[in-house]
Design a protein around this ligand. Structure first.
Ligand SMILES: [Zn+2]
Length: 330
């Protein structure tokens, strides 16, 4: 497409800001990725440097797609929470040191001269799965990402539910076990502290430290640092009882959390993404059966629990979906 020519389709830029990398893409209205940019966040260089890299990445994807900024409808930024989506402020992201109450939406909007919207990364991913992935066509969908942490987002009545300040959807920080393990958020017994990849690895390390015989110790070659959820899943797959027990326990907590959500929101669909879904049936079977056992029958009967469809693109497509949503506000 020659520079300056009016785009045939509405174009958006999605910027997925993470603690270690920034992924940026030029995206069409249907979720087609036209060009991409990957770069390190280099968070240690400070806020101004990170913002400059985000703006530079946006220019790169416009160049890559052969378009200029006048052809872009809006920019969306997905940032690690917690954020205030309504004011466009990133409050205190744990993996961006030194960032406190950063008006990121305004900074990117000023830098690019384009309307910009900001959303937390998990809510953005929920929007992406709803608009382009497993949740297409649904009205009431819950998205959950289960990897090193647990996050999520709610689509209710066809729209992202933000709550009073845009902070809704912190599925990982539901208290499940009041006296349970400490969570990174300061609370105890959160779902994330019981069922995330980090929680699974921690439990496995404790058992290995206690000298309990398990294949996990062999696979880790005796080095506790090598123990990850992936390694536990590998040991479980090879028939290790301890590993199976650790995963069963974690997945029970995950199922309990989902059963609570089914009773609260009566969703038609729960979409689960994130690294733990690589375990396949070992995550989906217990979650489905616990929902059936614990949630109200009418709600349990209608809900489907399915894997996410967008894979590694979910973050940047989420950011683009946030941009598409922002058109309503501008
Ligand atoms: Zn927590």
């Amino acid at each position: 497409m020659p520079n300056g020519e009016k785009a045939k389709e509405d174009l958006f830029i999605g910027i997925d800001l993470g603690g270690t990398k920034i992924i940026t893409a030029l995206v069409g209205k249907t979720g087609r990725i036209i060009s991409r940019d990957y770069r390190q966040t280099e968070a240690a260089k400070g806020l101004d440097a990170v913002v400059a890299r985000m703006i530079d990445a946006a220019s790169e994807v416009m160049n890559g797609g052969g378009v200029v900024s006048a052809q872009i409808s809006a920019v969306g930024v997905a940032a690690p929470g917690p954020i205030d989506a309504k004011s466009g402020v990133v409050t205190t992201p744990p993996n961006l040191p030194g960032w406190t109450d950063v008006p990121l939406r305004q900074l990117i909007q000023d830098g690019l001269g384009l309307p910009t919207a900001l959303e937390n990364d998990a809510n953005a991913a929920a929007l992406a799965e709803h608009r382009f992935g497993a949740g297409r066509g649904t009205e009431h969908m819950i998205y959950i990402t289960a990897s090193t942490g647990i996050g999520g987002g709610f689509i209710l009545n066809g729209e992202l539910y933000g709550g009073a300040t845009g902070a809704a959807g912190e599925i990982g920080h539901m208290t499940i076990l009041p006296q349970g393990p400490h969570c990174g958020c300061g609370n105890r017994g959160c779902l994330e502290a019981l069922a995330s990849g980090t929680a699974i690895a921690r439990e496995a390390r404790e058992r290995v430290k206690c000298g309990i015989p398990t294949l996990i110790a062999d696979l880790a070659k005796g080095d506790l640092k090598h123990i990850s959820a992936k390694l536990v899943a590998q040991a479980a797959g090879q028939g290790d009882i301890e590993a199976q027990e650790i995963l069963d326990e974690a997945m029970t907590y995950l199922g309990v959390g989902m059963a609570n959500l089914v009773n609260l929101f009566n969703p038609e669909l729960i979409v689960i993404g994130g690294g733990l879904t690589n375990m396949g049936a070992r995550i989906f079977d217990p979650v489905r059966s616990i929902i059936q056992r614990r949630a109200f029958r009418a709600a349990a009967q209608v809900v489907r629990v399915v894997p996410a469809q967008l894979g590694d693109d979910v973050g940047v497509l989420g950011a683009a979906a946030v941009a598409m949503l922002s058109e309503k506000w501008n």
